[in-house]
Design a protein around this ligand. Sequence first.
Ligand code: KIV
Length: 253
Amino acid sequence: MKREGRQVVCTTAYDAAFAILADKAGVDLILVGDSLGTTYLGFKTTVPVTVNMMAHHAAAVCRAKTDALVVVDVPFAVAAGSFERLLEVCALFMQQCGADAVKIEGGEDMAPNVRRLVQAGIPVMGHIGLLPQRVIELGGYRKFGKTEAEKAQLVADAKALEAAGAFCIVGEMMAADAAEAVQKATSVPLIGIGAGTSCDGQIIVSTDILGLTPGGAPSFAKIYADLGSAAREAFSAYAADVREGRFPVSKPL
Ligand code: KIV
């Protein structure tokens, strides 16, 4: 798609119902992101999300049997541990859950593990720029690649991941000209999120697209349907009907 200049359309899903909706809409790639933690599980960051939580939701998405490629996030601290454990987790996601690929946060530092996974037959999506799993260490969310040094590091990260065999790379919260430099420096697609227009595709968290993110969507996202407001109104109408005796209604026999 990158060679043909076609944008890769990506979003997230955490269950079969929304995976089917995204797939039927023609989304190319569904990520079972560890954003699961902040969107559905009530956590403040993705750090508390475990392998078991990811596997539970990944299996549900995979049961939807989508045409879209299903990628599952490797959660906090797994990729930085032993390679044997990482391989076990990725094999679980692919063999037991049915994932097509995995995503790992990190650049040059993760390239050796990415290479070994690819050699073991596991397709890997990279993730550079803002790494939400390191948000506690970073002290908050911010844009990456604003300085020449950071931009050069992002390009080096992307090249290392490509050389290791990653089939595409997410670039999160990157300055627009850093994203452009990465996009030009690599032949694998750069999928942007808060990274401007010079990417080969975009990903937005599905709850942001649908107005369902607790606390609201980030400023770079676009709400295409405010299902959050619609759901609140539906719950209020239901509550009022029950309290005021309009529901249930007795039907004539
Ligand atoms: O977990 C996630 O949803 C992600 C996207 C923000 C790319 O990693």
